[in-house]
Design a binder for this molecule. Structure first.
Ligand SMILES: [Fe+2]
Ligand SMILES: [Fe+2]
Length: 237
């Protein structure tokens, strides 16, 4: 069995094809010149995703409080505040695009009745008292978010929005670092490493499909992911 540090380092290395594919797809979406409506829809999805991250992490902090060390309590609380700020920033972008106040109720209802592609969907499938699952999600999905927000900040020409995105990317880096710390502390047995690996395999595929659905699927990106993780199947995106 490898040490938890080496185990996490290998996962990080193997995330690269997913992250690269996500960058390619988000860049393709913004460079395709989407209409104002398509942009509003895209950012409404991102807004809902920030809301879901806020709620999911908050619920997990409450559920696992007694088994967390105090340093982790503070870090998760900081993540919750960050997600609230991201939610607010993305909501302002949506409002700028639509010219009207965000209808929060409608946004939540829309998600309930089918919803669209969001990274936080991966977290919802994991029990709320499952810290190994939370840290795996943080490491993979928040790590992907760093790259996606960073790439958006490079592709978008509006300076104000671009600065706001690189700030979000910086926060997501902190969230991925919480995941790394948690995994290095908890993924210490063969059984736990096998479980993390299985979650990682599922999440990488799901996150690729989500990226293809809410951006633009690019054949080069799909190839990268299939070469690394195996065929995605007909139904993928
Ligand atoms: Fe966020
Ligand atoms: Fe985050």
């Amino acid at each position: 069995m490898v040490s938890s540090r080496d185990f996490v380092a290998r996962i990080e290395q193997d995330n690269e094809p997913l992250y690269r594919a996500s960058e390619i797809q988000v860049e393709a979406f913004f460079r395709s010149g989407p209409s104002r409506e398509a942009m509003a829809e895209h950012f409404l999805g991102r807004c809902m995703n920030e809301y879901m991250n806020l709620v999911e992490v908050a619920e997990r902090l409450v559920k696992t409080f007694v088994e967390l060390d105090r340093e982790m309590v503070v870090k998760l609380a900081k993540q919750i505040l960050d997600e609230a700020n991201h939610y607010n920033m993305v909501a302002e972008i949506v409002e700028r695009l639509t010219g009207r106040p965000l209808d929060v109720q409608l946004m939540i209802e829309k998600e309930r009745s089918g919803g669209s592609a969001k990274g936080a969907r991966c977290l919802q499938g994991i029990p709320q008292d499952d810290l190994l699952g939370l840290h795996t999600y943080q490491f993979i999905a928040e790590g992907r978010a760093v790259r996606v927000w960073q790439r958006m900040s490079e592709v978008i020409t509006d300076e104000l929005i671009s600065n706001c995105y690189s700030r979000i990317a910086k926060d997501e880096k902190f969230h991925a670092a919480i995941g790394r710390q948690g995994l290095e502390a908890l993924a210490r047995t063969e059984k736990d490493q096998a479980r993390v690996q299985s979650l990682v395999n599922d999440m990488r595929r799901e996150l690729y499909i989500i990226s293809a659905e809410n951006c633009l699927e690019v054949p080069e990106a799909r190839r990268l992911v299939e070469d690394a993780y195996g065929p995605l199947g007909e139904s993928a995106a």
